[in-house]
Design a protein around this ligand. Structure first.
Ligand code: GRF
Length: 203
């Protein structure tokens, strides 16, 4: 089973997936890593692991549609069973989402459907929320709105600030993303026709 990972930055989630693969725990192979930022550290992580690393700078395309078209081409060249967004900071067009529907996963630093969008840690703190977490979800046209596959929750402690939350959430992301990818590649995690995420056939 073949996986393509899209990144924009540090790629610590990518690293968690690479590590899982090295322990034979991913259920497939990361065949390419694509970044819209040429200087993304994740590209180095990919190269160090012997994975095809591709920089596709969105600024060189005149429109979102042109970029997405180029991105689709590069991805399809690698014939993936699954496309994984791991800190990919571009909103994808409906055309892109439709092309990879049901085989497109994202990870988001909140307990979705709470706190879609950016700056989740700051908003959680400002609200005095007692719980926070991370979610892996199927990507649909609604930003951070697709059906959730797996979540990890944590209590917000009195001393927490943005930095501590970021660190704790990242640690949980690194646990749940490889699990979700393995479930998908093993055929256990699916997006059904009604748009629900199912695990072993159960919603
Ligand atoms: C993660 O917090 C993820 O939830 C969000 O972007 C961040 C990526 O971090 N979508 P990294 O590049 O994997 O370290």
């Amino acid at each position: 089973r073949r996986v393509v990972v899209l990144i924009s930055g540090n790629g610590s989630n990518l690293q968690a997936l690479i590590d899982a693969q090295s322990y034979d725990e991913l259920g497939g192979e990361i065949v390419a890593v694509i970044s819209n930022q040429v200087d993304a550290h994740g590209l180095k992580r990919a190269k160090d692991a012997g994975i095809d690393a591709v920089a596709l700078p969105h600024r060189e395309y005149e429109s979102r549609d042109a970029f997405d078209g180029a991105l689709i081409k590069v991805i399809e060249r690698h014939e993936p069973d699954l496309v994984v967004l791991a800190g990919f900071m571009r909103i994808l067009s409906p055309r892109f989402v439709a092309r990879f529907a049901g085989r497109l996963l994202n990870i988001h630093p909140s307990l979705l459907p709470a706190y879609t969008g950016l700056n989740t840690h700051a908003r959680v703190l400002a609200d005095g929320a007692l719980e926070h977490g991370a979610s892996v979800h199927f990507v649909t046209d609604e930003l951070d709105g697709g059906p959730v596959a797996i979540q990890a929750a944590l209590k917000v402690e009195p001393g927490d600030d943005e930095e501590t939350l970021k660190r704790k959430i990242h640690a949980r992301e690194h646990l749940i993303y490889p699990i979700a990818v393995r479930w998908f590649l093993e055929g256990r995690l699916k997006l059904d026709e009604e748009g629900h995420a199912t695990l072993d056939g159960t919603k």
